[in-house]
Design a protein around this ligand. Sequence first.
Ligand SMILES: [Zn+2]
Length: 326
Amino acid sequence: MAAYQLSSVQKTYKFSANPPVLDKIVFTIDHIHAGDHHLSSTYEVVKFLTDHGIPVTVFIQCTNPSNDYEFDRDNARLIYSLAPHLVTLGVHPLPKGHSQAQQRDALNIISRIIQDVTRRRPETLSYHGRSAGPMPGISFPGIKFARGVHHAWATNTDNPLDTLVMPLVSVSRAYTYVHERNNAGLSATLFVHSKELRHGSRQRRVFDTLLRDIMQGRLQALAYQQAMQQDFHRGSVPTITTQPTATGVMRLSALTKQGQRPVPVNLSIKQRDGSYTASASNTTSRQFSLPVGKYRVSAKTGRITETKDLTLTATQGIHHIFLMPV
Ligand SMILES: [Zn+2]
């Protein structure tokens, strides 16, 4: 199977609505698709994202009723186990035209699979189809946020059960959208099927450009649910903030104390209760998406180590700059 690789991209994101906090972007993928010789599978795309610390939501559907959906359960488990703190599984319901009873049955089956895999009921959903969105007479109990397909928006008109996605027609159009959304204090959601990420496709160009921007510290990636909680000002609801997998974004950078020039360091991140660690070597700046909590972080170069205690929450990103006395 083809491992996902970044194609070469030209443009870089040049905006920032509230510096030093980076503009927010969300990755969501619809369906689990197998790849082929030239096309990475959904698994490989998710692996690439999580290998780079980028959270992603994958909306799974039931495709295989034989043997009690074992195939779907295995796929969901494989993808989730890549990085349980970064991968969220959401529900992909039946297409428009099905009855409430049929939709409810599908929701129950997918919810059971997701609960088996993640120990948690799903709260996010992605409608299926071209004019996807809420359907009259159809409700999905337990679902808090649902991904729609619309791009057009105005401040204060967002609907948690029909959330917006960015246009993928071109990099500049996507950039403008991300910039305008963040200027209004909102995130921008990228929504894609992994099979659209063939070499040379416009979706691939936008996807890879935004990925590169995140990896090089020009944009920050948030989990879909976390971003929606912030967009809809629900970040302070206690049942959400106490969830064990809530994540936050921490950027660590290093400058020389004299002259404030970027200096490469080895970064180390340890959660105070010992449950999570991360590191990066020989870097001047790196963004991490981490479970919320109290951390001790350090930067080391040669014999010099600088240490700092930080508390990471889901609602506000941290950018800590080490000033190295070198
Ligand atoms: Zn679909």
